[in-house]
Design a protein around this ligand. Structure first.
Ligand SMILES: [Zn+2]
Length: 164
């Protein structure tokens, strides 16, 4: 099943690199995988992945807030691992083309899995949310994992079958 494959692929990368801390040091992950991360301002795109002759480059929009840049790098890594049959991906800024293809949604899920590893997140969630889920819980966890509150909320909803 593709969703399980996405989770286990992300987990295997973190395990192989010996990364256990939060937030996930996403630029170190890219570096360890020999993928160059290049930052530049843009009005049009959030990120891109370019693959050529065995090398890969991730471009990130430096105008966007740090949590967004982290998610973008993780999303492009998702394309790198999940979609080897295509060499160039350009991701436009959110809001421009809201219809997300399956491939884009899978890259987002991979990003979430890499930045918010499910077992670790569920453990932290249970620790923090003993007295129930509040907006404060989301905020605290979002800070801890250096993701946006939206990204944390979506991740927890997607994991809710396990949470509940
Ligand atoms: Zn994408």
């Amino acid at each position: 099943m593709i969703l399980e494959k996405i989770e286990t692929t992300a987990e295997a990368i973190l395990e192989k690199l010996g990364i256990e801390e939060t937030p996930t040091p996403i630029e170190e992950v890219a570096e360890a995988l020999r993928i160059r991360v290049s930052k530049a301002p843009s009005t049009d795109f959030s990120g891109m992945l370019i693959r050529k002759d065995g090398h890969a480059l991730i471009g990130v929009n430096s105008n966007e807030v740090p949590v967004r840049q982290r998610f973008t790098i993780a999303h492009e890594l998702g394309h790198y691992f999940l979609h080897p049959q295509k060499d160039t991906f350009v991701d436009f800024r959110k809001g421009k083309n809201e219809v997300r293809t399956l491939r884009e949604r899978h890259a987002d899920m991979f990003a979430a899995a890499l930045l918010m590893p499910r077992h670790k997140l569920l453990k932290d969630f249970k620790k923090i949310a003993k007295d129930g889920l509040t907006d404060n819980t989301i905020e605290t966890l979002a800070k801890q994992y250096a993701v946006s509150e939206d990204a944390m909320r979506i991740r927890l909803i997607n994991l809710s079958s396990v949470v509940g």
